[in-house]
Design a protein. Structure first.
Length: 333
């Protein structure tokens, strides 16, 4: 089995922008939330101020102002840290702690049970709306930077808790932020695990090479059945010849720049006469003729015999074609 590192790309999940009516509805909701939050802070200010005067504070207004104003200040600080990619986990819990403190003070300021519930609920509205705004802002920033980890469906936790926990653990350890990507890698991991078991049997965990076990644990081991095999190049078949056509022998083309000229026997004999005109009879050998005229050994012997016969007769020899031509001319005359 070969190991590869598959590249997973999460499908594009673009949220459509809000329409104009939805933007108007969101604006109205934001204004209503700000108004309700302000009412909660005002009611908390009155109740806590009265309780602080009863508890002996010299400036009773400082207690509710210090606590209630700190809630939006820490909320804005948390949003700015998220925007600058410098989020601190504990900062987002400071508004919650301050809200629980002011809720406790409001409950302590009430005389009856209904008054305690009313005084404790009003300041709680502010932190609820501020947390909703912080969540929307953080999700938008996380989606833009790619650092936001998508959550696993709650129904999957209920139906398959052990495997879902293992999936969440791998997403957290290896920074897999896309839930769909994590599911695709989990499918490939299960297929690779099945292939390893089919190959090595029940004891595949001990027989599998260590590198493949590590890659399987990380979810990067792709099954062999899904490997892309390179397609062989198409085989080009020669075109079919016609029925009455016969293949002709391929001519051997001479090398470039080395064209060989075929000389006739008369030309060779003429060249040999000129070269060997001053040679003595002792030096008239086939080897010297072959080197001087540049012919084969057989042709050199023929030229040697012709030249010796010519010297013995005392007249030059002519080719058969020339002799036949002279006889025909004589007969014509």
């Amino acid at each position: 089995m070969t190991t590869t590192l598959p590249t997973h790309q999460a499908p594009a999940q673009g949220v459509p922008p809000l329409t104009r009516p939805e933007m108007g509805l969101a604006g109205v909701g934001a204004l209503a939330a700000a108004g309700v939050g302000a009412l909660g802070l005002i009611s908390s200010f009155d109740a806590v101020s009265v309780a602080a005067a009863r508890w002996g504070f010299g400036e009773p207004w400082m207690l509710p102002v210090g606590i209630d104003v700190s809630i939006p200040v820490f909320t804005v600080a948390n949003l700015l840290l998220i925007r600058m990619d410098m989020a601190l986990a504990w900062v987002r819990f400071v508004p919650w702690v301050l809200t629980f403190i002011t809720c406790g003070l409001n409950i302590a300021a009430g005389h009856s049970l209904s008054a305690k519930v009313a005084h404790g609920t009003m300041p709680l509205l502010w932190v609820v709306f501020s947390e909703i705004g912080a969540h929307i802002y953080a999700v938008r920033i996380g989606a833009a930077t790619g650092r936001r980890m998508e959550k696993i469906r709650f129904s999957r936790w209920l139906l398959a808790f052990p495997s879902t926990f293992a999936l969440w653990r791998r997403m957290t350890l290896w920074e897999v932020t896309s839930y769909s990507t994590a599911l695709a890698r989990e499918k490939e991991r299960q297929l690779a695990r099945a292939d390893l078991r089919e190959r090595y049997g029940r004891s595949w965990r001990t027989k599998t090479p260590r590198r493949e076990r590590v890659m399987l644990r990380m979810g990067d081991l792709a099954p062999a059945t899904e490997q892309e095999t390179p397609t062989p190049p198409p085989v080009q078949t020669p075109p079919a010849l016609p029925v009455d056509a016969t293949p002709r022998p391929r001519r051997r083309s001479p090398a470039k720049g080395k064209t060989k000229v075929q000389r006739t026997f008369e030309e060779l004999l003429t060249e040999a006469r000129a070269v060997t005109a001053e040679w003595p009879d002792a030096e008239l050998t086939a080897d010297r003729i072959r080197t001087a005229v540049r012919v084969s050994q057989a042709n050199a012997r023929i030229l040697r015999d012709a030249l010796k016969t010519e010297r013995a007769d005392g007249r030059p020899l002519h080719s058969v074609d020339d002799a036949a031509g002279e006889e025909s001319e004589a007969e014509a005359a």
